[in-house]
Ligand binder design. Structure first.
Ligand SMILES: NC(=O)c1ccc[n+]([C@@H]2O[C@H](COP(=O)([O-])OP(=O)(O)OC[C@H]3O[C@@H](n4cnc5c(N)ncnc54)[C@H](OP(=O)(O)O)[C@@H]3O)[C@@H](O)[C@H]2O)c1
Length: 232
């Protein structure tokens, strides 16, 4: 059992109800400088993040993190069964955001013909990728994340999860597109200088960063925090 097995969400008429899910250490680090991966949450964290994924129609990632996600995670029979139980399409939609610079056909996420990620790049950027649905949104080198989520809603996505990384989270928060923020506190202290935290980039306007606690659930040495982004 995880705190999120029976979770439910709100809705919006013109965009998916959208939440971020991240893990961070007790000293606030979202990347382990030793492995360059997310700090391991622990035995309960993987179950919790799979439960959250099972309840969303679409998973959004920045290119740096998302290109290395194994597509087989989404084709797994147990995961697809959990999605079906949650009332979702067994095959999760996967969206990768990029300015165009760092993607290639050799990236892991494009490695399975049974899985077709959607890749958004700005207008004018042409990408040749196998097993990918390449789309355009935004001009002048930047992506329009609001236009992207509206298009995803028109495609039938009612619930979206953004798993980062930290650079990707910021424009969604800045544009007021995030409804909830889930954080797993990993029972570790890493130390280090200039190590990424859960949100990186521009300083947010104060009203975009206000949170209300919805739940706080310990499991072993981990803590699962669920916050609503306050619009007051
Ligand atoms: N703790 C956690 O829960 C967690 C979760 C996820 C990731 N991580 C860690 O975070 C690190 C990577 O994070 P990161 O912040 O450097 O990278 P990231 O957010 O994964 O990806 C950033 C890249 O995504 C693309 N991108 C994102 N938003 C965009 C936008 N609005 N417009 C255009 N392109 C956009 C750009 O790709 P292009 O360069 O192709 O233009 C950008 O360079 C990794 O070490 C990973 O393991 C931790």
């Amino acid at each position: 059992m995880t705190p999120y097995d029976e979770i439910s969400f709100g809705s919006h008429p013109d965009r998916p109800y959208t939440f971020i899910n991240m893990v961070a250490t007790v000293d606030g680090k979202a990347v382990d400088p030793g492995t360059r991966q997310a700090p391991s949450g622990g035995p309960h964290d993987r179950q919790a993040f799979l439960a959250l994924r099972a309840h969303a129609d679409v998973l959004i990632y920045g290119a740096t993190t998302g290109k290395d996600v194994p597509p087989e995670e989404f084709l797994d029979a147990d995961f697809q069964a959990a999605r079906k139980k949650a009332g979702r399409d067994p095959l999760m939609k996967f969206v990768l955001l990029s300015h165009g610079g760092h993607l290639s056909t050799a990236d892991k996420i494009f490695g399975n013909p049974d899985f077709t990620p959607i890749v958004y790049v700005p207008e004018g950027v042409e990408l040749e990728l196998k097993n990918a649905d390449v789309r355009h949104a935004g001009r002048g080198g930047g992506l329009d994340v609001a236009a992207i989520v509206q298009e995803l809603k028109r495609d039938g996505a009612d619930i979206a999860i953004c798993e980062g990384g930290p650079t990707t989270n910021e424009p969604f928060l800045r544009d007021g597109l995030i409804d909830e923020f889930f954080l797993t506190v990993s029972p570790r202290i890493l130390g280090g200088n200039a190590v990424l935290t859960a949100v990186e980039g521009e300083v947010l306007p104060p009203e975009r960063g206000k949170l209300e606690l919805v739940s706080a659930e310990p499991a072993g040495d981990e803590v699962f925090l669920r916050y609503r982004v306050s619009v007051k």
